[in-house]
Design a protein around this ligand. Structure first.
Ligand code: PRP
Length: 182
């Protein structure tokens, strides 16, 4: 499973061909739902960048792409729910727009709930969520993405944009990390 970091990777959870198929299915649904509409896709940095780049190349409608960065204060595993949203690229008027927030993973739900609320407060016409992975069992606030690639168990996963200490984001598949072997 690749070079000097292979010792940390326990197993492949989602292969590259399955990823491609999931992306096509999600894009098909998005194309159908936004037919004839101007869509603004907002990628949540950093993790979303790989999924977003695959997804947008399958989108048929007129699409504008923006990025936003969010960081939770305090521990990542026991989320406080305090989310700091930092605008990386945000040079458009939100009012009246159709927004689709795209992220790699939905976990406790705090980050994306806060983000969706923020755009609703700015009077977007619609705010929906598309995530590649969903750890449903970790949810702390009630949030369901309109578009979900795959529900996964509560294991530490990397690849396809997801990191472990900033490593492994470039893997073209999703793998489980055995953190005890680090
Ligand atoms: C991940 C993911 C979401 C957030 C979800 O980002 O991309 O933005 O966590 O967590 P939550 O549902 O518990 O709020 P992360 O903070 O790992 O940053 P990164 O994308 O830069 O790796």
């Amino acid at each position: 499973m690749g070079a000097d970091k292979s010792y940390a990777l326990e197993k492949v959870l989602i292969r590259e061909d399955e990823i491609k198929s999931i992306v096509k299915t999600l894009a098909g649904r998005i194309n159908e739902d936004y037919k004839g509409k101007k869509l603004i896709i907002i990628g949540v940095l950093k993790g979303a960048f790989v999924f977003l780049s695959d997804l947008v190349r399958e989108i048929k409608s007129d699409v504008q792409i923006e990025f936003i960065k969010a960081s939770s204060y305090g521990s990542k595993t026991i989320s406080t729910g305090e989310v700091n949203t930092e605008y990386v690229s945000f040079s458009f008027d939100v009012a009246g727009t159709n927004l689709l927030i795209v992220d790699d993973i939905l976990d406790t739900g705090h980050t994306l709930t806060r983000m969706m609320d923020m755009f609703r407060e700015k009077n977007a016409a619609s705010v929906e969520l598309c995530v590649f992975l969903d750890k449903v069992e970790r949810r702390q606030v009630p949030l369901t993405a309109k578009y979900t690639g795959k529900v996964i168990p509560d294991e530490f996963v990397v690849g396809y944009g997801l990191d472990f200490n900033e490593s492994h984001r470039n893997l073209p598949y999703i793998a489980v990390v055995n953190t005890s072997k680090q």
